[in-house]
Design a protein around this ligand. Structure first.
Ligand SMILES: [Zn+2]
Ligand SMILES: [Zn+2]
Length: 248
């Protein structure tokens, strides 16, 4: 088994709250500096920056998961991760179909820019990406599972937009591949607050919106190889794969 260092929750300049410095090439350059092996681009309710980041990261041997941080109808943030372009496109269509279309107020929320590998702005999303979808957390989980993706409720310890803040607890009948604990708490503190959690698989990520925050919190993945199936195995703790969550 090899230990791979992962940061599975990164925003780019496409998220209105993402810093303008968070372009695909800057994100990759920082990931290289930080010796990350595995990253996921998880902008709010969009997967559009995944392909260009994957293309730029490939030459450095960094594996990029396609993803999005989806806002469910309960206003719970969930990290949804995929491997193939086919899965990404299907999921992108699903979000675009179900998100509430509110025009973005750039002065208030910030820019939502699509940037190419050469730092050119090639598009701008005009509807607000941080609004909610019409889909419940159960519906989003079912959609992700149907596509073969990975479903991770985000920053579950946080006082805003988390399972804890919106639902009060982790529902015992909710399926997930892991739970994300933010860099401001720890899995042990989370378990004290949620003693009924049965599936105790935790990841920790930076949730970076600024370049300097990338890799501020990471998770170690013990895997045979750097591929999607091994990421799934490590999240589930099967086939000898496992997670190494620091600051437990
Ligand atoms: Zn969030
Ligand atoms: Zn986030």
């Amino acid at each position: 088994m090899n230990l791979y260092r992962a940061d599975l929750h990164l925003h780019s300049v496409l998220s209105p709250c993402g810093d303008l410095e968070m372009s695909p090439s800057h994100i990759v350059a920082r990931a290289v500096e930080e010796h990350l092996d595995l990253i996921a681009i998880t902008d709010h309710n969009t997967t559009l920056h995944g392909p260009v980041v994957r293309q730029l990261a490939a030459e450095h041997g960094i594996y990029v998961l396609f993803g999005a941080e989806v806002t469910t109808s309960e206003e719970v943030h969930c990290v949804c991760l995929f491997d193939t372009e086919e899965q990404r496109v299907d999921f992108q269509e699903y979000i675009e179909r179900t998100i509430q279309r509110i025009p973005n107020n750039v002065d208030y929320y910030g820019y939502q820019l699509v940037v190419d590998a050469e730092e050119n702005v090639v598009d701008e999303v005009d509807y607000l990406l941080i609004s909610t979808t019409t889909q419940s957390i159960y519906e989003v989980q079912a959609k992700v599972a149907s596509l073969g993706g990975l479903f991770i409720p985000a920053h579950i310890d946080r006082p805003k937009f988390s399972i804890s803040s919106q639902l009060g607890f982790v529902p015992p009948d909710l399926k997930y591949d892991a739970l994300e604990v933010s860099r401001y708490s720890s899995p042990s503190a989370m378990l004290r607050a949620n003693p009924f959690v049965t599936h105790k698989r935790f990841v920790r990520s930076s949730d970076a919106h600024f370049i300097g925050d990338i890799a501020k919190q990471t998770t170690g993945f013990w895997m045979e190889r750097l591929d999607f199936e091994n990421v799934r195995r490590a999240l589930h703790g099967t086939h000898g794969c496992d997670l190494e969550v620091l600051n437990y």
